[in-house]
Design a protein around this ligand. Structure first.
Ligand code: ADP
Length: 483
């Protein structure tokens, strides 16, 4: 790394008002997935530190909520500006711990910062209502108040943006936040906490706790002071946190797994569909919850699409994300690599064929070749589970009703995509897909302005957009009598 500001790479956790430096005897080692090298350490903390952070959060949250929306907005705005000013450093920290190419990592910083910018603006628009009363002498007042102390648990695939998408609306609404970032990627979280301090955020409002996921999670879910838990990660862990939160009746925000269909109809613009598929499938090396997991291509264009896609995929360069021109980095770790290998082996054993890639990359480590599979069907693991890697499985379909049934035949419902030109079809299919998000003639849908979230086992609640801030507020009804 060659940081302009080395103080952004801090090997410490932030517990309430105090930084706790990593003690090598009791630390979590963080490695670079491209090289396997240890890049640093963070403290291994647990329930006690989490409790202390929650107490600090509760102490300062009321004062934060009592400030004017404009004051909160100004600090968030400054935080956004600092992220942008330091985007090159933050991008390097992200690449070195997560593996994605530097340009993509820097892109994530800009994208992540946009949530802080957006919610700095939304902070001033948390409006209530004045409702006509049910009796002559009464008026109904509806006010929105911050929910209070929020706990957040985030994954490694977007070490910056999955935090800002939660922290932006939480702080804008007047909440405090205790965050547990993923063990693989704590340094991006810590760096933005350093910048939050510099932006003037009150001490104790934002904590970043590194350590045992189980212990930290158990404290977050059982502590009655925490009024909302916001989680992005696997459905399995999300369900466990949901169960654990039941006794304290917390509000839950869950962004869980997906199994996105990507449908190419006969009337699609094939070049645009290939371009969209590259983004929707191969961004972050296939490791996003909105990644296209199943590519359904209609009979009439199947051969042409698969040829074009295979040629485009063959041109994607795999390597260390710090190298120029690399499009695909390593997978995050060995279990991720094992899952990709299992999915491909399962598909091949059931009759699929490899058009491109199909094995570990010659670079070794956790690198896997960008892969296209053909003759894939619903009986294969790739149809049911998220592969979370650079594998594009092609399914052939005949008509619209069939493909909708197949696309919906999953317990998940996060993102979906389709390419078609016929206007009536566009409406029919968009309405029929049982997903929280539908990309029509585009492979890239995430943005601060839009509501991100899923249905079914993909989660609860929405992040981003004007709806995102409501997740961090409670509605209070005040009945005004004697008028
Ligand atoms: P992924 O497949 O993205 O690693 P996980 O759901 O395993 O998904 O991890 C997402 C986040 O949840 C990470 O920060 C991880 O440390 C955390 N996590 C995993 N298990 C638990 C748990 N039992 N309690 C609380 N947090 C957990």
């Amino acid at each position: 790394m060659n940081l302009k500001d080395p103080s952004l790479f801090r090997q410490a956790a932030l517990v309430g008002e105090n930084w706790i430096e990593a003690d090598p005897k009791n630390a979590i080692e963080v490695s670079n997935p491209a090289t396997g090298e240890i890049i640093g350490r963070v403290p291994k903390l647990g329930a006690a530190e989490t409790r202390a952070a929650i107490e600090s959060a509760a102490r300062v949250q009321k004062g934060w909520a009592a400030r004017t929306a404009k004051e909160r907005s100004s600090i968030l705005r400054r935080w956004f500006e600092l992220m942008i000013e330091n985007k090159d450093d933050l991008g390097q920290i992200l690449t070195i711990e997560q593996g994605k190419p530097l340009a993509e990592a820097t892109g994530e910083i800009v994208y992540g910062a946009s949530f802080i910018e957006w919610f700095a603006e939304e902070a001033r628009r948390v409006y209530g209502d004045l409702v006509p009363g049910h009796q002559k002498d009464k008026r109904i007042l509806v006010m929105k108040q911050p929910i209070g102390v929020v706990a957040a648990i985030t994954p490694w695939n977007f070490p910056n943006a999955m935090i800002t998408r939660k922290a932006g609306p939480a702080f804008a609404a007047g909440c405090a936040m205790v965050l547990k970032p993923a063990a693989q990627t704590p340094f991006s979280a810590i760096a933005i906490a350093v910048l939050a301090e510099r932006a003037g955020m009150p001490k104790g409002l934002f904590s970043v706790i590194t350590g045992s996921a189980r212990d930290i999670g158990a404290e977050m879910t059982s502590n009655p002071t925490v009024r909302k838990l916001t989680f992005t990660g696997s459905t399995e862990v999300g369900a466990e946190l949901y169960r654990q939160s039941a006794t304290t009746i917390k509000k839950l925000g869950l962004e869980l797994g997906g199994n996105a269909p990507f449908i190419v109809f006969d009337d699609a613009d094939l070049d645009a569909a290939v371009e969209g598929a590259l983004i929707a499938k191969f961004r972050n090396n296939g490791q996003t919850c909105v990644c296209a997991n199943r590519l359904y291509v209609q009979d009439g264009v199947y051969e042409a699409f698969s040829e074009k896609l295979t040629a485009a995929v063959a041109r994607l360069k795999t390597g260390n994300g710090m190298e120029e021109g690399v499009i695909l980095g390593p997978l995050i770790d060995q279990p991720a690599l094992a899952k990709v290998e299992e999915h491909v082996a399962d598909a091949l054993s059931k009759g699929a064929r490899v058009l491109q890639g199909g094995k570990r990359h010659a670079l070794g480590g956790t690198f896997y070749e960008a892969t296209v599979l053909t003759d894939v069907n619903q009986a294969m693991a790739v149809a049911r589970e998220e592969t979370f890697g650079p594998v594009a499985p092609l399914f052939r379909f005949k008509d619209e009703a069939d493909v909708i049934a197949q696309a919906n035949d999953t317990e998940f419902g996060l993102a979906s995509y389709f390419y078609a030109k016929d206007l009536a079809r566009v409406f029919r299919v968009a309405e029929a897909l049982e997903y929280g998000m539908v990309g029509v003639n585009t492979g890239l849908i995430s943005t601060a302005e839009a509501p991100f979230g899923g249905v079914k086992l993909s989660g609860l609640g929405r992040e981003g957009s004007k709806y995102g801030i409501e997740e961090f507020t409670e509605i209070k009804y005040v009945c005004l009598g004697g008028i």
